[in-house]
Design a protein around this ligand. Sequence first.
Ligand SMILES: Nc1ncnc2c1ncn2[C@@H]1O[C@H](COP(=O)(O)OP(=O)(O)O)[C@@H](O)[C@H]1O
Ligand SMILES: [Mg+2]
Length: 241
Amino acid sequence: MVSLKNVNKHFGALHVLQNINLDVSKGEVVVIIGPSGSGKSTLCRAINRLETIDDGEILIDGKRLPSEGKELAALRADVGMVFQSFNLFAHKTILENVTLGPIKVKNMRPADAKELATNLLTRVGVATQAEKLPAQLSGGQQQRVAIARALAMKPKVILFDEPTSALDPEMINEVLDVMVELAAEGMTMVVVTHEMGFARKAANRVVFMADGEIVEQDTPEQFFTNPRSLRAQEFLSKILK
Ligand SMILES: Nc1ncnc2c1ncn2[C@@H]1O[C@H](COP(=O)(O)OP(=O)(O)O)[C@@H](O)[C@H]1O
Ligand SMILES: [Mg+2]
């Protein structure tokens, strides 16, 4: 579903993505973990083409990433993204936040978009908040709306970039629970997170990145109990403290 081949990217002198090779199959859940600054967000942004790459190739469902125009809009619809900060439109209601993409990008009829959005808001547990503005919701609720908004585009894959790291601790699980459900339903997901509970429950594979490179990858069980590289061992000993 997602395939990166020999992907390289620089920010000036910084080689932020170093010869990245990564394949994510349909229905697979891949957790990306690694120290701050290792290139995890850049990788997600490259997959969604919010960042260009210097060389290599990124394929979504077998198709090369288009560079601009209508094709790029279609690709963006195929690849959902949920960020650390919720990025909802502050002056639109929760319902409007979810219907906007289907109406504008997919030319869905407003009535159909409303029905779809209502179903999705029910699924993530915030249907009663539909007429409110984002600021009236808790962080956990806003992040669940962001997931509903991504789902409304019927994406082939959803990228999550540290979706719970801006949340108060008591709200983390309500968001992770929605993500675990999505994973169980067969959604293809790439998730940057340090939530080991989520990784163990939902991930097929953990990819460990450091300094722009994929250092190792393994099943969650193997990676967390028996990391092979020194860098992964050091990283885990820090986050386990
Ligand atoms: N737009 C940018 N311009 C220059 N450097 C950047 C830019 N975005 C990220 N970086 C740098 O690239 C490195 C990787 O960043 P990032 O992908 O955000 O890492 P992570 O998500 O793993 O913390 C960091 O050193 C960061 O400072
Ligand atoms: Mg990041």
